[in-house]
Design a binder for this molecule. Structure first.
Ligand code: NAP
Length: 262
């Protein structure tokens, strides 16, 4: 496995991606411009990486005789649905980040008819920042916690997503879009409480967990978020891929693998 850093392979540079060489079976693209709110004012940067990057990599994969697996997002949807989104449902991104990711999917599938897009959501894992980690830190610091309780999504543990991505590769997934997110919908509010409780239990900390539920309009952000972005796993299941672990099980592992202090 080769895992080039941004300085070795810059998705926003045509020249850099064109220089990609090697004997690969698969190219897996986890890189993206992910600052959802900042993307509203940095639309060119988001576009260069999220829309043009996958297209460049798609061409590189064709040239190198490799297949490509590209990670995308639930933010391609507007959140007006009331039941889990399937891959066939129409997209409509609410913000610049979502639009740039959607354009990336479309450009990739256009230039590389054999590519696979894995849409995921609400990621958290032992490495890097994440919503549950931020909540655990804030709780440990004794901060007052107010969390949005009217947005519903699919929390997804990165280790489980990695397993599903490997499954997609090993099963030689057909070209197209696959929804690859966790199996249990949550509101941000419920997910915050569950994450802190999992941490509290794992450390044996005797302290209450209080999180005030608020509405989206009480927490204004530059970019609008989908109110409901649960992703249906059916298509991946039909390929013989097992669903990810329930939230409680994944969180129990997550809190143990977090660095100390979180
Ligand atoms: N986080 C979520 O909740 C979530 C939800 C749904 C979908 N996704 C998708 O999942 C994927 C991973 O997200 P993440 O949250 O793990 O992102 P992340 O933590 O922000 O990591 C993004 C990575 O992309 C690299 N990168 C940025 N610009 C690049 C460029 N021009 N060329 C090469 N590499 C570049 C970054 O490198 P540096 O370290 O050098 O900056 C970083 O390693 C993305 O496709 C994202 O859209 C994420």
């Amino acid at each position: 496995v080769a895992a080039p850093s941004r300085s070795e392979l810059d998705l926003s540079s045509e020249e850099s991606v064109r220089a990609l060489a090697g004997d690969f079976e698969w190219i897996v693209n986890c890189a993206a411009y992910t600052a959802v709110d900042k993307a509203e004012v940095e639309q060119d940067a988001a576009h260069a990486i999220n829309a043009l990057g996958p297209e460049r990599l798609g061409r590189a994969a064709s040239r190198l005789g490799a297949r490509i697996l590209h990670v995308s997002t639930d933010f391609v949807f507007d959140g007006r649905a009331q039941s889990p989104y399937t891959e066939e449902q129409p997209t409509h991104a609410l913000g610049a980040y979502g639009r740039s990711k959607l354009e990336g999917e479309e450009r990739l599938l256009q230039v590389n008819a054999d590519s696979v897009v894995a849409r995921t959501a609400w990621l958290y894992g032992p490495n890097g920042g994440s919503f549950p980690r931020t909540m655990i830190r804030a709780w440990l610091a004794g901060k007052t916690l107010r969390v949005v309780a009217d947005q519903v999504g699919s929390p997804t543990y990165t280790a489980d997503l990695a397993r599903v991505m490997v499954d997609l590769i090993e099963k030689g997934a057909p070209a197209g879009v696959f929804h690859t997110a966790g199996p249990e919908p949550r509101t941000w509010h419920a997910f915050a409480i569950e994450a802190i409780e999992a941490y509290r239990r794992s450390k044996g900390i005797e302290r209450s967990v209080e999180v005030e539920p608020i509405r989206t309009e009480d927490w204004p952000t530059p970019a609008a978020r989908p109110a409901y972005s649960v992703l249906d796993f059916g298509k991946s299941s039909r390929l013989g891929i097992a669903p990810m672990r329930p939230v409680a099980e994944a969180l129990a592992e997550f809190v143990v693998r977090l660095p100390e202090p979180p």
